[in-house]
Write a protein that binds this ligand. Sequence first.
Ligand SMILES: [Fe+2]
Length: 221
Amino acid sequence: MTYSLVDFCGDVRAILAESDNHDGRQRVRRQLEALLDDADFRAAYLGADEDGMTQIYEDPDFRFCVLAYKMAAAHSSPPHDHGDSWAVYGQALGHTDMTVWSQPDEGNRIEPKRTFRLEAGQADLFDVREIHSISYCHGAKFVRVTGVDMRALSRGARGARPSQERALSRGARGARPSQERALSRGARGARPSQGSVEPRRVFDPETGEVHEVASVGTSRR
Ligand SMILES: [Fe+2]
């Protein structure tokens, strides 16, 4: 039995309508594992073509987004969170080593709390404000589902606690000037979330790169 991106997004909508909380996001995680198991989905969105990240769905009502990553080079992100957005990561090919960080004294210091490797077919949840870092191998392919679209990341950075702000800033400082300019253009050119949007360039803290984001709205397969 096939399980398409259309099926997945419909299920996520139903889940969030009923349970927009930790338990609901765990259900989203399980559905993402089902989606990753579908060969037609992997062929359509995680094939052998160009490198990089593509936003393949943005929900006009619940605001969650689905992003497909095909990364030619290995990369490690700094510790960061996604502000008020949760994120579910699902590995399709290769692996990603994950570290969850804690702030033991509510100060600026953070320390690793949990490390694990996400293998192909597995998905895991980072809930709201959960600090994490990721390190993926070359050729890694994975899907990320976020509670809101990429523009919300800047809101998360502004609302982050001091240690998180530094972590986020370290990632931002790694961007080349051209990328920073592109990010600024993307932010100014962004429109309110309404399903399909014009392609725009956004800075991705998971990769330290600027990407062209193309939403395909609700017509996906
Ligand atoms: Fe992240």
